[in-house]
Write a protein that binds this ligand. Structure first.
Ligand code: SF4
Ligand code: SF4
Length: 233
């Protein structure tokens, strides 16, 4: 639990943590999809309520085709990475899945060892970005759901390496971070603060990754980020 979390964040995080513990204890890979779906609904519903109670001062500048933030480092939890891989397998032909796994491995190798600033300097788009649109929007990670800058030129400047505090609706970022913490299973062996590309490479390259992770195997060890980088963008 994050000691600095506001009450609503703590309640959301605790609720999702309970769902995660149940899914991991009793689960199958399909249960992980359900877990991520339920966590997403809880987080989005809470965000809708917060928007009514405390409306944003300025609307988000986010729109289709705006994707500077899809070149930043993105963190994911194991359930999110496994759900993404399952989504890709269900929506793409086998050859496309194989090609995407190879693309992920290549980008993950380029990203390895980079911190968030180094990842920005790489200026490489997320593997799921096509024509400046997210191809996995339905199941995008919580880190992506939290992105909501009110000025896209700030995002562009951040991508150019400027040290800038983005103007945003903080509740959205906080809710999605709390949801991600809830999905981050407490068992050290299975827990993860994972980099999106590396985690996706692992989940796509091995069809048994979900079963192994549910059994407690450290399948995502190579994708792990230092704890202070989680959850982040
Ligand atoms: S966070 Fe910034 S770059 Fe990303 S969609 Fe929103 S305005 Fe565009
Ligand atoms: S998963 Fe989608 S929204 Fe997130 S960084 Fe990749 S392309 Fe962008």
């Amino acid at each position: 639990m994050n000691d600095e979390a506001l009450p609503y964040e703590s309640i959301l995080e605790s609720g999702i943590r309970g769902l995660t513990a149940t899914a991991v204890a009793d689960g199958t890979p399909d249960d992980l999809n359900t877990l991520v779906q339920e966590a997403t609904e809880l987080a989005e519903n809470l965000l809708t309520s917060l928007r009514h109670l405390n409306p944003p001062e300025r609307p988000a500048a986010c729109r289709e085709g705006c994707a500077h933030c899809c070149r930043f480092q993105v963190t994911v939890t194991p359930p999110e990475a496994l759900t993404l891989a399952d989504y890709v397998r269900r929506h793409e032909p086998e050859a496309a899945v194989t090609a995407l796994a190879e693309t992920c491995r290549a980008l993950a190798a380029a990203e390895r060892g980079l911190d968030a600033a180094g990842r920005v300097r790489l200026k490489r788009a997320c593997v799921f970005l096509k024509n400046e649109c997210c191809t996995v929007y339905e199941v995008r990670p919580f880190a992506c759901r939290g992105a909501n800058a009110t000025d896209d030129t700030q995002c562009a400047r951040a991508l150019d390496g400027e040290d800038i505090n983005l103007s945003l609706y903080l509740h959205q970022a906080n809710v999605m971070k709390a949801a991600a913490r809830g999905l981050n299973h407490a068992d050290d062996k299975a827990a993860g603060q994972l980099e999106l590309t590396a985690a996706t490479a692992i989940a796509l390259s091995d069809e048994t990754a979900a079963d192994q992770w549910l059994e407690g195997a450290p399948v995502f060890a190579e994708a792990r980020l230092p704890a202070q980088q989680f959850p982040g963008r």
